[in-house]
Design a protein around this ligand. Structure first.
Ligand code: ZN
Length: 253
């Protein structure tokens, strides 16, 4: 079954098999970015269309910048998996999923080519404009599934997208060694404060004052997206300050 592309930027439609109806009349207000995470892009595209795989996405952006559409935007594609953002756990019903061709951390994690970054930026602008997706809801898969996912990863140029009006971004606070930091194993009010700020931003984290593995995973996800200079799951001053700046920069809601 083929269909008409939703975006003028689509070079080719390749209909995927795995999708269903968005639940409870939800419409997309999250744009979720991934990398394909497989050694071969062709293989990744085949898997995203294969009825047996049980996964799909709306768009794939190839290394050379060509855009494929696999699922109509009005349908619910299967890309987020077990995930959470601002308390929403059916992220698939709320999102449009874009897979960016890159073999990922398991296969050398190359830089994203310029032509691809330009195409992703244009596609995101187009999707956000047509659906009214707010900048702070352009997210990484790792943001909504921090314990399971690292994509699209710390090499993804969020700052370049933000300069073109895509996504929410503040310049990360510089790393300063020797500052006090919180880390896995710590407990108490400062940990609770950190968890509260992460949760306010949208991350699915329990506010219990215990810096456990789950909290460290959320901090790592935050760093991958917003403070990529060091992704270690330690809430140093730079990480916490970048988080506070982002929260201050959020529109009232
Ligand atoms: Zn993903």
């Amino acid at each position: 079954m083929s269909f008409s592309p939703d975006s003028r930027l689509v070079a080719e439609v390749r209909a995927a098999a795995s999708h269903d109806e968005r639940r409870d009349g939800r419409t997309p207000d999250i744009l979720l970015l991934h990398y394909t995470g497989m050694a071969s892009t062709d293989e990744a595209c085949r898997r995203l269309c294969d009825p047996e795989s049980g996964v799909s996405c709306h768009y794939v952006v190839l290394e050379d910048g060509r855009v494929l559409q696999l699922v109509p935007e009005e349908r619910r594609a299967w890309h987020a998996g077990v995930s959470s953002w601002e308390g929403e756990t059916d992220v698939n019903s709320r999102s449009i999923g874009v897979e960016i061709a890159n073999p990922g951390h398991d296969f050398g994690y190359p830089d994203f080519p310029t032509a691809q970054v330009v195409a992703v930026t244009e596609l995101c602008r187009d999707i956000c404009a047509r659906w009214g997706v707010q900048p702070e809801r352009v997210l990484a898969h790792s943001d909504v599934a921090p314990r399971r996912k690292q994509d699209p990863g710390e090499k993804f140029p969020w700052a370049i997208l933000a300069a073109a009006g895509v996504g929410h971004w503040t310049a990360p606070t510089a790393l300063r060694d020797g500052d006090e930091s919180l880390r896995e194993g710590d407990e108490g009010a400062p940990v609770e404060d950190l968890q509260t700020l992460l949760s306010l931003y949208g991350y699915g984290v329990e506010i219990d004052g215990v810096y456990d593995a789950a909290t460290a995973a959320v901090v790592r996800a935050f760093q991958r997206h917003f403070r990529p200079a060091r992704v270690d799951g330690v809430a140093d001053f730079s990480t916490a300050d970048t988080l506070r700046n982002l929260l201050r920069a959020l529109p009232a809601r």
